[in-house]
Design a protein. Sequence first.
Length: 205
Amino acid sequence: MTLSLFDDQPPVDLINHDGVVTCWQQLLPEDEASQLFEALLAECPWRQESITVYDQRHLQPRLTAWFGDYGMSADGRYKKLYQTVAFTPRLLALKAKIELMTGYHFNCVLANLYRDGQDSVGYHADNERILGINPAIASYSLGETRRFILKHNQDKLQKVTCDLQHNSLLLMHGALQHHWQHTITKTKRHLTPRINLTFRLIKPF
Ligand SMILES: O=C(O)CCC(=O)C(=O)O
Ligand SMILES: [Fe+2]
């Protein structure tokens, strides 16, 4: 993959306490980003998983696919990782670039497909035990711009909003997952699809 404007644009920090959220625009050259979007849309083994809330099963309001290093499996809350498929060359190249830029290493990626404005992810923290303390999560967005909101656990009125644009990279690190939750909100506006890739490092136990 070639270098892009990414190196010239200084990253922006979104919060100033209890964790770090750093955002870069234009990770890849524009033509590579749109090709990647089309390829992932067509090639990812998208599934609509279910979640159980208060003993009731619901379909998640988005499609997902897990990719990971060969042979990786996990306990804890990532039971679905047993269905991890091997990284594609395309995803490996992107992972290498993101690792170089962020200085963190990752061994799996959760791909999310938001088909329209009704697809979303509710408030949550990526704080599962298998991610360890102070996990670094790199979140790369392609396609439609979507609203991302961070809310502090103790002071719920502390909120930070960011419209995540096509070809942007958000890095959540430091103590962020222990103090803040994040969401992608629903909207009634007519929206085209968005793909988000969250790169994570699952620790061996
Ligand atoms: O789509 C996004 O930007 C966020 C996805 C997310 O929070 C997650 O997969 O844990
Ligand atoms: Fe998340």
